[in-house]
Design a protein around this ligand. Structure first.
Ligand code: ADP
Length: 169
């Protein structure tokens, strides 16, 4: 059985879970969007240094750092696909982000994980399709994680998660 799935509307940096997931870039260099918000909330200098030690992270993979000043104990950094029309394995790479992040959570012993809508900002993945991948992949995941919170930053994404079967929270 997959983890329990909740849809949340809000800022992922405020989540009280064992691990939050960051939609990072492959250099793990920090950036805008949710990545920038997580760096500011965790402590830019500490998180930047921890990411530098990890090196690069290819699309579809995931790597962890401490959460530093966050309420969450860990940050799992994953790199989503850049949307380029849908014929370049974007859906498979996005699904891999969710699966590999949960595998890293299992290695850490994390039982609750919050995800942002990976790739739906600057990386241009159509939000409705990304939500289907998120809900479908997490729902089928073989993981010890018990609770997954899909954190939407806008109402349309929240509604979509709910329509796809996540419990509104
Ligand atoms: P990507 O480069 O993977 O597209 P972005 O950070 O540009 O990543 O956007 C991913 C999603 O994260 C977007 O839907 C954006 O609205 C959302 N987002 C931005 N800031 C936050 C935040 N503080 N909490 C949760 N989601 C956020």
């Amino acid at each position: 059985m997959g983890p329990r799935l909740q849809a949340v509307l809000g800022d992922i940096t405020a989540e009280l879970v064992d691990a939050i997931v960051n939609a990072a870039n492959s250099r793990l260099a920090g950036g805008g969007g949710v990545d920038g918000a997580i760096h500011r909330a965790a402590g830019t200098a500490e998180l930047h240094a921890a990411c530098a030690e990890l090196g690069r992270c290819p699309p579809g993979e995931a790597k962890a750092t401490p959460g530093f000043r966050l309420r969450a104990r860990w940050i799992i950094h994953t790199v989503g696909p850049v949307w380029s029309g849908g014929n370049r394995d974007e859906a498979a790479v996005l699904a891999s982000c969710y699966r590999r992040s949960l595998a890293v959570a299992d290695e850490l012993g994390a039982r609750s994980v919050a995800f942002p809508a990976i790739s739906t900002g600057v990386y241009g993945y159509p939000p409705d399709q990304a939500a289907e991948v998120a809900v479908g992949t997490v729902g089928r995941a073989d993981t010890e994680v018990q609770l997954v919170r899909l954190v939407a930053f806008d109402q349309a994404t929240f509604d979509r998660y709910r329509d796809l079967g996540a419990d509104p929270a």
